[in-house]
Design a protein around this ligand. Sequence first.
Ligand SMILES: [Zn+2]
Length: 463
Amino acid sequence: MLKNFLALVLLVSFAQTSFAHSHKFQETDRSIYLSIKLDNYTKGMKKLQSLDLDVTGIDKRNSIADVFVTTEQFKVLQEMDFNIILNKSNKAMKAVDEEYKSPSEIESILKEWERSHSDIAKVFVIGQSSEGRNIYALKISDNVSTRETSESAVLFNSMHHAREVMSPEVGLDIIETLITKYESDLKIKSYVDSNEIWIVPMLNVDGNAKVWSGSSMWRKNTNYGHGVDINRNYPHLWGTCNGSSGWTWSSTYRGPSAGSEPEAQALMNLVKDIRPVFNISYHAYSEIIIYPMGCNGSRTQTKEVVERIGKEIGKSIDYEAGTAWELLYSVDGSDIDWMYNAYQVIPYVIEVNSRSEGFQPSYSKWRDKTVERNKAAWMTLLDKMTATGVKGRLDETYPNPANYQIEVKDSNGKIFQSYKVNPDGSYHIVLNEGKYTFTLLKGRNSISTKSMELGSARLPLTF
Ligand SMILES: [Zn+2]
């Protein structure tokens, strides 16, 4: 009897797998946009992800997920008794408001701002897309043409995903606020004078061009025709925890190899070059803040700092903060996981706008509201550049600074972080209030140890 039962279980699970698979490979055109009420949010989200559906956004408080599906996937959802509460397919067909920005508009806006504020704004080309479009960054700082090793960097990037047209608006608003209030607002002036602030307002230029040519729900880049989800392509734990798809037409296709995509490479090279202390990656929608790590159950080594600041930023704009697997589902190959692990950046994702506003809300109704609300978040982050932590620089008596580490121990003598000194000798370690000891290490050799008690303000640390 037991044997028969096991055989039946095996048969059923095999049938389900091949069923989902055969559906996946037949149809590639999504046209149906649905809202689903989930009885059990966490289990429901896992189920949707296992079906390899395009989950476009959520309303966690009300346990609702939006999906954009093919007619075959729609049938599967109906057969599986998902509680479909709203068909908003007409929304997916709607043309995008003209006021949102195209790649060429981003280019001319940035160049105009560089021209009108050349003392504090400078445009950089950080890479080219597979279709050959330039990917732009704007640096804002005093002495903007100089790399000032005494100033720490912070990065804001927008639009990994093409259809999330509100995300560049937030990046542009950060720039506009900083350059237009520089002379009149002392707080803004100190952000600009004491940091090197980098903004990449539109990473996925090819995908966005496709959105403007009629595919308003396009998410990935356009490489190989089917495109790649740039935010599943980064080389930390790439494709390891079912947090992405190997199916080329999936909305979360991870690409042919880790770091294969030119857009991911452009951002990686920028991060490697500027070594930001913090990053925010802007997406839409769901009104949430995501911090690393993305695979189910995993957290950062320095979670006490990463998660505290993430929650503070969330509180400043009333967005819920958590890991991707707490708020959505597992994610692998994301930019924030890579940034944290490769270059000890403290990185966040902010998903702007709510489910009711979706990807492309009315520009006149929602643009200003959204960027205004989000100001508190990026300003909270910039405030953290001078808050609890230590900063300093190894002088010329330490050649090859990249060979040094600073081991940070908490008051219980436990290693909190092994911080790698930047190649230019600078270091900026963000911490919580309390007592720490800092040991400068070269390889395993201890060079010097300092003990300090940290309060709410950043302190200098010298060896
Ligand atoms: Zn996104």
